[in-house]
Each structure stands twice: as structure tokens, then as C-alpha cells.
Ligand binder design. Structure first.
Ligand SMILES: NC(=O)c1ccc[n+]([C@@H]2O[C@H](COP(=O)([O-])OP(=O)(O)OC[C@H]3O[C@@H](n4cnc5c(N)ncnc54)[C@H](O)[C@@H]3O)[C@@H](O)[C@H]2O)c1
Length: 327
């Protein structure tokens, strides 16, 4: 057998394996592997994890998954009543591993950067330390590229990028100066931060931006653990609050969640990524997982760009449940 046959066979085998991953897994291989054979979420028991945007969706699901394993929590968002409900659910799901003082409700508007230090002080006053910050609060977008008002670009970046960076810098400085140089920062990014998706140009750019900022933190401060978690479509109510092309306008619609990852599964995978300190991971039901793998292989990506129309990509994005307005 010549070199070409061996090389060709190995190449085909490699892609055969990859295609199997694309079809059967709902996340990247490393994350799936760790969810089965990695360290348990229980290794985080007793640690203090601060989750922003914990009142609903992925943040809430992550909180519940961590609470089941006795992880102490700081729950932040703007709506106090919802945070109180999440706290109750966390205490219930922890089956006695957590008492009421182990879950701190810390209402905050993350856009008020000047209050970040004050909120962090409350965390330290209550628990005496912080082990992991999870930057999860954020809003998505539905808008045509050419119609997006520059104010929307600014507002979305203010929330999804600048507020995240500001809070993270407050915490990273604490890790470096008062925590022996160690600590863990995580971000709920998106597959829109790994690939290009239609109808969300500002959001896509914002998630690429945070991925780049946190990637730079990894190379600059190797002692700080960074987890960039990139979900595909997840069944939450995020479209209610999503930006459009106009300032101060929200999409204001529920999605029908036929082909989306459940928030529970997403929260579990996120908790696995935290426990195993996975730097970069993603999740999503077929064909999202496949498209992310392909987007990381530029040759295949170019082929797929010719094959998939904007409408098809949009349908995948919406979990095959495109609303009339978005068609
Ligand atoms: N649902 C998806 O399909 C999906 C996919 C990829 C990434 N994400 C990301 O996941 C994260 C959570 O989204 P979700 O789907 O759970 O939606 P969600 O609307 O249920 O959660 C968003 C959370 O952010 C909070 N928040 C928004 N603005 C805030 C502010 N100014 N101050 C404080 N808190 C604020 C909300 O109160 C809420 O708790 C977001 O960063 C989003 O970009 C979602």
C-alpha cells in the first residue's frame, strides 16, 4: 500500500469519526467525554460560584445543577422575585447540602458598572471569598444587518461585552492580588461567537469579542482558569428580551422550542465544563454541533457556505420554528 492510500484511508477514517460525532453528540467531543469520564460536578462542593443572569434560562439551570452538588451560590439578576424563586428551587434540589445562608441573592443591573465593586464587596463580606464568576447575563438579537441602528450596536456591546469585561476585571484583580493568583472566570458565550449566523450581526460580533477577550486572558494569565461556554439554540425565553434593529425595542416573543437543547441539559453541560475547567466548549442539537465543527475547518466551511442558504441557516438557528416576522 502506497503513502497516498494510507493517507487517504486515515483521512476518511478521521472524517467518518467526525461525522459520527456530529450526528450523535449534542456537544463537542471533549465536553461529552468529560461529562461521562471526567471529574464529577461534586468536586466543586463548598466552592462559591457567582452567576449573573441567574433569574431564568441557562443561568437558572446552571444554578440548579450546581446546587444539587452542594456548591454555594451568589445569584444575580435584576428581578428579585425570580431570584427568590430560584433560591428556593436551589435549596430544594440540594437535598440538604445547602442551607439558606449558602445561597446569596444579590440583585444587580450589570449595566451599572459603577456598582460592580460594591456588589463584589457584598459577596466577599458574606462568604469571605469567591471561587468562580460566571458571566451569564446577556441579550440576543434579531435584525437585518443593514438596518441595525448604531445605538443598538452600542447598547448590545454595553451589556454583552463591556459590563462582562468590567465585572470580570474587578474579580480577576481580586484573584491575582488577594487569592494567590488563582481563580476561575466563565462566560456564557454562544455558537454565534464561534461561527457567523444571520439576523444577529451585533450579537454575533459581541460574542466573538468576548471570546477573543477571554482567549487573551488565557494566554496572559495562565494561573486563572477560563471557561468559554458556547451554547447553540437553547429552549429559554431569551427572545422576549432580545434586541432588534431599533434602540429600546425588544423582539418580545416566545419561541416554540421544538428543536432546541433544553436549558436543563445546557446547565448540566456548563457545570461539567466548570468542574473540568474546560477552556472552550460548545453544545447544541444536530446540526448545530456539526456546523460548529465545520466552521472550525475552513475548507469545509467554504463548501457549506455555498450549500446552505441564509433561510436554512436561519431555520437551524431558530430550532426549525421560524416565526413569521423572522422569515
Ligand atoms: N437561549 C439561547 O438559545 C442561547 C444560546 C447561546 C447563548 N445564550 C446566552 O446565554 C445567556 C443567558 O441567556 P438565556 O437564553 O438564559 O436567556 P434569559 O433571557 O432567560 O436569561 C438572561 C438573563 O440575563 C439577565 N439580564 C439581562 N440584562 C441584564 C442586566 N442589565 N443586568 C442584570 N441581568 C441582566 C436576565 O435577567 C436573565 O436572568 C446570554 O448571555 C445569552 O447570550 C443563549
Amino acid at each position: 500500500m502506497g503513502f497516498l492510500e494510507i493517507f487517504g484511508g486515515a483521512f476518511l477514517l478521521y472524517y467518518f469519526f467526525y461525522v459520527l460525532l456530529w450526528i450523535f453528540l449534542d456537544c463537542n467531543f471533549a465536553l461529552w467525554f468529560k461529562s461521562c469520564f471526567g471529574v464529577s460536578i461534586s468536586t466543586l462542593r463548598g466552592q462559591v460560584v457567582w452567576i449573573t443572569g441567574a433569574s431564568s434560562g441557562i443561568g437558572r439551570a446552571l444554578a440548579l445543577n450546581l446546587a444539587k452538588h452542594g456548591v454555594k451560590l451568589v445569584l444575580s439578576a435584576r428581578r428579585l422575585n425570580l431570584l427568590e424563586e430560584v433560591k428556593e428551587d436551589c435549596l430544594f434540589d440540594s437535598c440538604g447540602l445547602l442551607s439558606t445562608k449558602d445561597v446569596l441573592i444579590l440583585p444587580m443591573d450589570i449595566l451599572k458598572l459603577e456598582e460592580h465593586e460594591k456588589h463584589f464587596k457584598k459577596v466577599l463580606d458574606h462568604f469571605g471569598r469567591l471561587d468562580i464568576l460566571v458571566n451569564n447575563a446577556g441579550r440576543s438579537q434579531r435584525a437585518n444587518w443593514e438596518e441595525i441602528h448604531t445605538q443598538v450596536d452600542r447598547d448590545l456591546f454595553e451589556l454583552d461585552v463591556f459590563s462582562v469585561l468590567h465585572l470580570s476585571r474587578v474579580v480577576v484583580r481580586y484573584f491575582l492580588e488577594q487569592n494567590g493568583g488563582h481563580g476561575h472566570v466563565a462566560i456564557t458565550s454562544s455558537v454565534a461567537g464561534l461561527a457567523y449566523v444571520p439576523s444577529s450581526a451585533t450579537y454575533c460580533a459581541a460574542k466573538h469579542a468576548v471570546n477573543a477577550y477571554f482567549g487573551c486572558l488565557v494566554v496572559e494569565q495562565p494561573s486563572i482558569n477560563v471557561t468559554v461556554f458556547n451554547p447553540g439554540p437553547v429552549a429559554t425565553e431569551f427572545l422576549l428580551e432580545a434586541f432588534t434593529n431599533k434602540p429600546d425595542e425588544k423582539v418580545g416573543k416566545s419561541i416554540q422550542n421544538r428543536h432546541r437543547l433544553t436549558a436543563e441539559r445546557c446547565g448540566f453541560l456548563f457545570a461539567v465544563a466548570l468542574a473540568n475547567k474546560i477552556e472552550l466548549s460548545w453544545c447544541g442539537r444536530f446540526p448545530v454541533n456539526m456546523l460548529v465543527y465545520i466552521s472550525r475547518h475552513s475548507l469545509l466551511l467554504n463548501a457549506v457556505r455555498y450549500l446552505l442558504t441564509k433561510k436554512t441557516l436561519q431555520k437551524i438557528r431558530e430550532g426549525n420554528t421560524l416565526q413569521k416576522q423572522n422569515e
